[in-house]
Design a protein around this ligand. Sequence first.
Ligand code: PEP
Ligand code: MN
Length: 339
Amino acid sequence: MIVAMMEKATEEEIQMVVARMVEIGFNVHRTTGARQTVLAGVGQPASFDVQDFQIMAGVADAHRITSPYKLAGRGFAPQGTQIKFTNGVTVGGKEVVVMAGPCSVESREQIFTAAKQVVAGGAKFLRGGAFKPRSSPYSFQGMGLDGLRLLREVGDATGLLIVSEVMEISQIELMLPYVDCLQVGARNMQNFNLLRELGQARKPVLLKRGIAATIEELLLSAEYILSGGNYDVMLCERGIRTFETYTRNTMDISAIPVLKHLTHLPVLGDPSHGTGRRDMVPAMARASVAAGCDGLLMEVHPNPDKAVSDGAQSLFPQQFEQLMKELRIIATAVDRTLS
Ligand code: PEP
Ligand code: MN
């Protein structure tokens, strides 16, 4: 059940409603937007009448939630979730936030050079995997803790925020001091134990769509994190597997407006994994911004031909700089900003 409080509802009235919801067996999640407080009751209370809530003091509206995702649904935070990071960066606001960097952290020189290049282009986050989910066990698996240390160091040196992938529960605690955002990769989108544990963390999560996941499944995976009390979740369309083989994946641009309609969570586009081809990345990045994404995740490498992973889809630094100029124009056209 969703209970939207009136703008002028007092804290006492809100607490009365919360107490009543708890009494009948709901777990209550609360969001306070600029204008109103919304209370979401999740759980399976035996029976209740929404009308009892509709007539309570301070209540603007109360209704049952019919969608399977209660907290990820737009109704829980109609104004949209904004995730605030240090250095004044907000994801989910007017600015389209760009996260860029190599697929993997490979060396000190590589990550420092990449960071310099993406910050010059206007990125706010540096991406780079320290733990890599690779299709083959013989491929480079990431630098691990050494990679995390380099990420933190370069983040502090450049002012870039750090996003890096967490592959399993045991890595969460280890990663917290080194990253500003934990990425859950496509292959782990339905690792429910990992998602539950991330719900207990107090660190934003970037959740990527699984290669064969529906939009509803993506939202239900987000729900696992939200239901643990971690509301700072952003979603990422990164291409899905279809019968088409020309591109590595099929970038589902329509998922962006669909998600923006269904959920209050920020939505990102990843045209690098979405296409797997550097020559297609700019077009899909531009399309993502035009479609209303709140951010982009893109692979950029100082020397893509020498990259240990995903070189073919990594932009050359000059390409990234040129693309950022184009994206600024598109952002303005759709009433957004991009720095
Ligand atoms: C990545 O971002 O490098 C990555 C492994 O992405 P995905 O999980 O979307 O394949
Ligand atoms: Mn990659």
